[in-house]
Design a binder for this molecule. Structure first.
Ligand code: S3P
Length: 178
């Protein structure tokens, strides 16, 4: 694999392991790993939670779009996308034009377990985070399904998930046309 490799975009709900798998595969393939949240934080000089609090969610979504449109290399990158990045109209189509899109999937119960242990996600800083998570999951399920390929991440060792994502990526990258 080289710097001319088709980009891989990992999408899916928060807590599905997009960054862990992305980082692992990037190392394995010699590609560049980017996490959309981190890139936005670096450029803005503030944490995602602060952007939500000070500028609002709409501003954050615009920054996500800008990152996808202009803020990352056209080839040779594996991008872990924030969970809501594919939600605004047109974003999924944009990703599909730029590379292979794979959705990491997990049942809501698993997501609940994984996300309740952390506190950095602004969307879950509410009185009832479980209810909020269930609502978001229900709203987004249909959008994630439209991504094309979904890889189940529940109750599987990380290396098996990564190997599955790699098989799908290789197949889809071979047929990818810009
Ligand atoms: C969000 C997911 C987060 C981050 C932000 C909003 C979402 O990324 O972009 O907190 O709307 O689902 P992760 O999916 O990496 O947690």
């Amino acid at each position: 694999m080289t710097a001319t490799a088709v980009n891989l975009y990992l999408v899916g709900f928060m807590g599905t392991g997009k960054s862990t798998v992305g980082r692992l595969l990037a190392r394995q393939l010699g590609l560049r790993f980017l996490d959309s949240d981190h890139e936005i934080e670096r450029k803005q000089g503030k944490a995602v939670a602060k952007i939500f609090a000070e500028d609002g969610e709409a501003t954050f979504r615009a920054l996500e779009r800008e990152f996808i449109e202009l803020g990352h290399p056209e080839h040779g990158a594996i991008v872990a996308c924030g969970g809501g990045l594919v939600v605004p109209p047109g974003m999924l189509e944009l990703l599909h034009r730029r590379g292979v899109v794979i959705c990491m999937h997990a049942p809501i119960e698993t997501i609940l377990q994984r996300t309740m242990r952390t506190s950095h996600r602004p969307l879950l800083q509410v009185v009832n985070p479980e209810q909020r998570l269930r609502e978001l999951y229900a709203q987004r399920e249909e959008i994630y399904r439209r991504t094309g390929t979904m890889v189940l991440t529940d109750k599987r060792p990380m290396r098996e998930i990564a190997a599955h994502v790699l098989r799908v990526y290789r197949l889809e990258a071979a047929h990818f046309k810009k």
